[in-house]
Design a protein around this ligand. Structure first.
Ligand code: BGC
Ligand code: BGC
Length: 822
C-alpha cells in the first residue's frame, strides 16, 4: 500500500514537472550559414581539440604554451586573479596576456579564437585603475534601467580595453533570505525588478557585439541561487516547479530575450518542498530540458568554479554526469590537465556520448561566432590597452547618488547646508575598501587600501573637496573624539557599516542574527559615544544588505542606506549636501524589524520605502530587544568552515605568540619568526573554494587549537560528537591527539592515529569523536572553550574543514568507539 502510494506520488510529481516552461525568445536568429561554418569546424576537429574547447582553466594555472599545446578554448580569472599575479597590473599588462593567450589558442586549435571570461561585476572590478560602480543591490534601489544599461556599456568598453570579451554578469538572483552573503549581487527581492535590470545590463554589455564592440554577458547562477534555506551559500533551494519558474526564472527569461549568450550553472541544489535536493550542476531536467529545450537557450552553459566536483560521484577533474546533464564549458580552474584526460577517456568509453560533445562545442563556437571573435577579437581593438577606457567617473558618481536610500530624516536634517561645519567619523568615512565591498580587486574585497584605487574618492575625500578642508574635522573611531573641537561642529556625519565579504564568507550563519551591532560593535560604540554631545548625527550606512539596525537608528537623526556605492564617494556627498543631487532611490528589499528572519515578518521599512530630499520623518523609537541565544534551536556548534564559526578563531601557538587562522583566505600562514616553526600551514580546497587548512608537522609537539572567549555548553547537545572532514597526505608514525579544552589545565584527548592509518589516503573522510569519550577522560563538557584541539609530532600532513560539534552524531554507525584508557 505504502509503495503504491509513493509510486502514485512520484507519478504525480513527475507529471507536474513535465509541464513545459514557456520559450524565452531570443534576438539571435537561427543562421544557417553560421551553422554550416560550425559543421565545417567540427568536422576537422579531433576529440582532444573538442574537449580543449570545453575546458576553462584559470590564468594562474596555465601558460600560453599550455593553451597552445592542449588546444584550450577558454580561460578565466577568478576574483583576485591578475596577470603575473600582480594586483597593480594595468590595462596594458592585461592586454599583453590576452594577446599571448589569443595567439596560442589560434595556433593550438587551428584558427578558433579563445574566449576569456571574468567577473566584471560592478565595472571592470578586478582591474587596477578601473572605475567601480555601485553593486547591484544599490542599482536595484535606483531602479533605473537606462542607468544600468549605460553602466553595461561602460563596463564593456573597459573589459574590451584589456583584451577580454566575456563577463560573468549579470547576477539575476532573487534573494529570499538576507543572511546570504551574496545579497548585494542581486538587484532585489522582486523577480520583475531583477528581470528588468538584468536585461538592461545585458543590453548594455552586449551592445554592438559581433561588430567589434560589446562583451558577452552571463546570466547567473542558474537556478535558485537566492532561494536557499537560511540563505546559505551553495545550499538547498526547496520550491515547487512553479515557484522556481515564477520566482527564480524571470531573470533568465528577460536576459535571454535581451540576447545573453551564456548562462552559468549554480552551486545550489534544488528539490520540490519534500524532495531530495540535487545539485544543479548535474540536473538534466533543469539544465537541458528546461533551459535549453523548453526555454530555447542555444548559447553555452558554463559551470561554476569547480562546481562539477560537487555532483555526487564526481570530482573537480572528472564529471561525465555534469556534461551529460548539459554543461558545455567546464570551469576547471586548476585541475584542467587531468580533466582533459579524464573527459577524453570518458568519451572513448562511451560514458559521454559523442553527440553531447559535439553539441557542447557547437554552442561554444556559436557564441564565439556571434560575439565576432573570429573577425574582431577585443585584443586587436585599435584602442585596446588604453587605461583611460577603464575610467567612468561621472557616470559612477551619478550612479552612486542614484542608489542612496534615505530611511530616516528627523527634522529634515538632510540635505545639509553647505555652510555646515562637519565632524566626519567612522571606520568607513575614508575607506574605498568598504565603499567597494566584495569582488573588488580581490575576491572577498579585503586586503585593499585606498592606494589600490587610483581613480575615485572616499566620502571623506569628496566632502573635503566639496566644502573645503577647514570645514571638516575627521576622526575614524570613538577613541578619536576626545580632542574634537565641538564648537566647530554643526553636524556629525557617521560613516559606518559592514566590511567587505563575498560568497561563503559573507553568510550569516543560521544560528546568527541580523543584528549588525553583534558583528560590528564598534559602530554602536561610536554612535553611543556621540550621544552625549548634543550634535545631530547623520549616519551613512555602507552595507551589502539590509540588516537590523534599530539601535543605530535610535542614535541617528538621519540615516542613509548607502549600500556599496563604489569608487565615487562624490555621489554620496552629492545627496548629503544641499544643491547637489536629490535622494531618489527606494528600497529594493524589505528592511528587517526583527533580528531573526521570518518569512512573513513585518518589515521596519517596506520594499519601495525611501524619503525624498528634505522630507522629514516622524520621530520614532525602535525596539532594541533581541532574543538571547540567537535565532534557531541549535543542534550544532560550528567551529570552523573556511573561517572560524560561532566566534571561534583557530590558533597555532608559536613561541610566545598566537596566529589566528580564521580569516586567512588566500595566503599560506606565516609562523612566528622566533624559534623553530612546528607547523607549516596553507589554505586549500576540500569541498569548495579555500575551505580547508592544510597542516604539515615540522617538529615535535605541534599544536593547533580552535578557541573562543565564550565557553560552550556541549551538554545541551544530546549524543554529540566532534565532527570534521579530513584528508591525509602523510601518515603519522606516532600518536595524533584530538581533543577539547575546558579552561586552564582542563582538557581531554584521544589518539586518532590508528583511525588515520586505517583509511585511504588522498580522500576526504569524516571523523566523528563522541563528546562522551572525552567526558570519560575528564572533559568538563559544560564549559568547553576549545572544541577542537590537534596535537602531534612530525611527520604528519593533513587537511581539515567543516569542524563542528553536532548533536546526534555520536550515534552515527561510523562514530569512533571510546578508548578504554587514557
Ligand atoms: C579564488 C578566486 C575565485 C573564487 C571563485 C577562489 O578560490 O581565489 O579567485 O574568484 O575562488 O569563486
Ligand atoms: C562564483 C561565480 C564566479 C566564479 C568565477 C564562483 O565562485 O560563484 O559567480 O563567476 O566564481 O570567479
Amino acid at each position: 500500500m505504502r509503495r503504491l502510494l509513493t509510486a502514485l506520488l512520484l507519478c504525480l510529481s513527475l507529471s507536474a514537472s513535465a509541464e513545459p516552461w514557456p520559450r524565452a525568445g531570443s534576438p539571435w536568429p537561427h543562421d544557417p550559414a553560421m551553422e554550416a561554418r560550425i559543421d565545417a569546424l567540427l568536422a576537422r576537429m579531433s576529440l582532444a581539440q573538442k574537449v580543449g574547447q570545453m575546458t576553462q582553466p584559470e590564468i594562474r594555472a596555465i601558460s600560453a604554451e599550455d593553451v597552445r599545446r592542449h588546444a584550450i578554448g577558454s580561460v578565466l580569472n577568478g576574483g583576485g586573479g591578475w596577470p603575473d599575479q600582480r594586483k597593480h597590473s594595468g590595462a596594458a599588462d592585461w592586454l599583453r596576456l590576452a594577446r599571448a593567450l589569443d595567439a596560442a589558442a589560434l595556433e593550438g586549435s587551428g584558427g578558433i579564437p579563445l574566449i576569456w571570461g571574468l567577473d566584471a561585476m560592478h565595472g571592470h572590478s578586478n582591474v587596477y585603475g578601473a572605475t567601480l560602480f555601485p553593486h547591484n543591490i544599490g542599482l536595484g534601489a535606483a531602479g533605473d534601467a537606462a542607468l544600468v544599461r549605460e553602466i553595461g556599456r561602460a563596463t564593456a568598453r573597459s573589459v574590451r580595453a584589456t583584451g577580454i570579451a566575456w563577463t560573468f554578469a549579470p547576477t539575476v538572483a532573487v534573494v529570499k533570505d538576507l543572511r546570504w552573503g551574496r545579497t548585494y549581487e542581486s538587484y532585489g527581492q522582486d523577480p520583475q525588478q531583477v528581470a528588468r535590470l538584468g536585461a538592461a545590463l545585458t543590453e548594455g554589455l552586449q551592445e554592438g557585439l559581433g561588430q567589434g564592440r560589446g562583451v558577452v554577458a552571463t546570466a547567473k547562477h542558474f537556478i535558485g541561487d537566492g532561494g536557499t534555506r537560511h540563505g546559505r551559500d551553495q545550499g538547498e533551494t526547496f520550491a515547487t516547479d512553479r515557484e522556481l519558474r515564477r520566482t527564480h526564472a524571470p531573470g533568465y527569461y528577460s536576459t535571454l530575450r535581451a540576447g545573453a549568450l551564456t548562462v552559468m550553472a549554480s552551486f545550489n541544489s534544488w528539490a520540490e518542498p519534500d524532495g531530495q535536493p540535487r545539485k544543479l550542476h548535474g540536473h538534466e531536467l533543469l539544465l537541458t530540458q528546461r533551459l535549453k529545450q523548453e526555454m530555447g537557450f542555444d548559447g553555452l552553459l558554463v559551470s561554476d568554479w569547480d562546481g562539477i566536483g560537487q555532483v555526487p560521484g564526481c570530482r573537480p577533474d572528472a564529471c561525465a554526469a555534469a556534461i551529460n546533464a548539459g554543461i558545455d564549458l567546464v570551469m576547471v580552474p586548476f585541475q584542467w590537465k587531468r580533466f582533459l584526460a579524464h573527459t577524453i577517456a570518458q568519451v572513448e568509453r562511451g560514458e559521454i556520448p559523442m553527440a553531447r560533445i559535439d553539441d557542447a562545442v557547437r554552442r561554444i563556437l556559436r557564441v564565439k561566432l556571434r560575439a565576432g571573435l573570429f573577425e574582431h577579437p577585443p585584443s586587436r581593438d585599435a584602442d585596446a590597452g588604453n587605461p583611460d577606457l577603464l575610467v567612468h567617473r561621472a557616470l559612477a558618481r551619478r550612479a552612486a547618488a542614484a542608489t542612496q536610500v534615505l530611511l530616516k530624516n528627523d527634522g529634515g536634517l538632510l540635505p545639509l547646508p553647505r555652510s555646515h561645519r562637519l565632524l566626519v567619523v567612522g571606520k568607513s568615512a575614508d575607506s574605498l575598501q568598504n565603499q567597494t565591498g566584495g569582488w573588488s580587486l580581490t575576491w572577498q574585497g579585503t586586503e585593499n587600501r585606498n592606494s589600490d584605487f587610483p581613480v575615485g574618492q572616499s566620502l571623506l575625500g569628496a566632502l573635503r573637496e566639496a566644502l573645503g578642508e577647514t570645514q571638516i574635522q575627521h576622526r575614524p573611531d570613538a577613541a578619536g573624539l576626545a580632542d574634537v573641537d565641538w564648537s566647530r561642529v554643526d553636524t556629525v556625519v557617521a560613516v559606518i557599516g559592514e566590511t567587505p565579504y563575498a560568497e561563503g564568507v559573507g553568510d550569516i550563519p543560521g544560528s546568527g542574527t541580523l543584528r549588525h551591532s553583534s558583528r560590528h560593535p564598534e559602530d554602536l560604540q561610536l554612535l553611543e559615544a556621540l550621544r552625549t554631545r548634543g550634535k545631530p548625527v547623520a549616519t551613512v550606512f555602507i552595507s551589502g544588505r539590509p540588516v537590523w539596525v534599530n539601535d543605530l537608528l535610535n542614535r541617528s537623526q538621519a540615516f542613509v542606506a548607502a549600500w556599496l556605492p563604489g569608487t565615487e564617494g562624490a555621489g554620496m556627498a552629492d545627496v548629503l549636501l544641499a544643491n547637489g543631487a536629490p535622494f531618489s532611490a527606494r528600497l529594493s528589499f524589505d528592511w528587517p524589524a526583527e533580528v531573526c528572519p521570518r518569512s512573513r515578518a513585518r518589515p521596519l521599512f517596506a520594499l519601495g520605502h525611501g524619503l525624498r530630499s528634505g522630507q522629514a520623518s516622524r520621530p520614532r523609537r525602535h525596539s532594541e530587544r533581541v532574543p538571547v541565544g540567537g535565532c534557531e534551536a541549535r543542534t550544532e556548534l560550528g567551529v570552523f568552515e573556511r573561517v572560524g564559526l560561532d566566534g571561534h578563531a583557530l590558533y597555532v601557538p608559536g613561541p610566545g605568540s598566537f596566529e589566528p587562522l580564521g580569516n586567512d583566505l588566500t595566503a599560506a600562514l606565516h609562523l612566528p619568526s622566533t624559534g623553530t616553526p612546528q607547523l607549516a600551514l596553507s589554505t586549500m580546497d576540500l569541498h569548495t573554494q579555500h575551505d580547508a587548512k592544510r597542516v604539515r608537522w615540522l617538529d615535535q609537539g605541534g599544536r593547533l587549537i580552535a578557541w573562543s572567549l565564550q565557553s560552550a555548553m556541549l551538554t545541551s547537545f544530546p549524543d554529540a560528537a566532534l565532527v570534521l572532514d579530513l584528508q591525509l597526505f602523510t601518515p603519522p608514525d606516532g600518536p595524533v591527539w584530538l581533543g577539547m579544552g575546558c579552561g586552564p589545565e582542563c582538557q581531554a584527548r584521544v589518539d586518532i592515529g590508528p583511525w588515520l592509518l586505517q583509511g585511504p589516503r588522498d580522500q576526504v573522510r569524516t571523523l566523528r569523536l563522541p563528546v562522551a569519550c572525552l567526558s570519560q577522560l575528564g572533559l568538563k563538557a559544560e564549559r568547553v572553550d576549545a572544541p577542537f584541539l590537534l596535537e602531534a609530532d612530525a611527520p604528519l600532513d593533513l587537511a581539515f574543514t567543516r569542524v563542528k560539534v553536532q548533536a546526534g552524531a555520536a550515534r552515527h554507525p561510523q562514530a569512533l568507539p571510546c578508548p578504554i584508557s587514557r
